[in-house]
Design a protein. Sequence first.
Length: 226
Amino acid sequence: MTDPLDPAADDLNRYRTFWPRIGALFLDNAALAPLYWIDQVLWNATTQPFVLVSWVVALNVAVLAYMIGFVAKFGQTPGKMACGVKILDVAGGPVTFRQAVLREIVPLATTIWYLFVQVQNLLVGALANRAMGPMTIWNWELAIMFGWTLLEVLTMLTNAKRRAIHDFIAGTVVVRVPARSGLRWALVALLVASMVVSWNTKDRNLEEGYRQAGQGSPGAVAAAEK
C-alpha cells in the first residue's frame, strides 16, 4: 500500500489513468455520435455512389481531425477533458502536432485502407456492409482491431506510467488533471442518446449485408433476384 504523504506515491498516482482513458474512449464516441447518425441516414436513404463516396471521405477526415486536432491543440479530446486526463510529451511538455499524428498512426493506416476498399466497392455498386465487402472480411477486420486494442491494453498495464503502444510510438504519456464535470455530464447524455437512437433505428444497409451473407455473394443475390 502506498503512503499518501510520499511524493513518489503522488507521482505514481498521476499516471493511474487506465479507467479514465476507457471512459474517455466512450465519451469521445458519444461526441462523434451526430456524425454516425448522419452516416446511418445517408446509407439508408441513397445508393448514389458520388454522394456516398463524398460522405465516407468527409466522415473519416472529420473523425481523424477530431482525434488529432484536439490533442495537438489542447493535449486532450473532449472525452479526455471530461474524464480528467491529458496527453503530454514524455519529458513533460505539450504535445506537438507530429506526436498527435503518430499517436493515431494505426487508425490512420486502417482508415486509408478502409477508404480504398469502400471507394472501390462503391464505384461498382457493392453497397452492402457500408461498402466494406463480405461480412467475413468485416469480421476479420474487427478481429484485427480487437487484437491491436488488446495489445495496447496489455502494454498499458505492464509499465508504471501506463503508456500504451501508441504512447511509445509518439513519445507521449497520459497524466491525471482536473476533470470538467459539466462536459462529462453533457457527453454522458449524448452517449445515452446515441444508444437510444441506435436501438430504435433500423440499419437497412447492414441488414442487407447480413442477408447477402446468408445467401451468397452480392453477384449471386443480384442474379437470383432477376
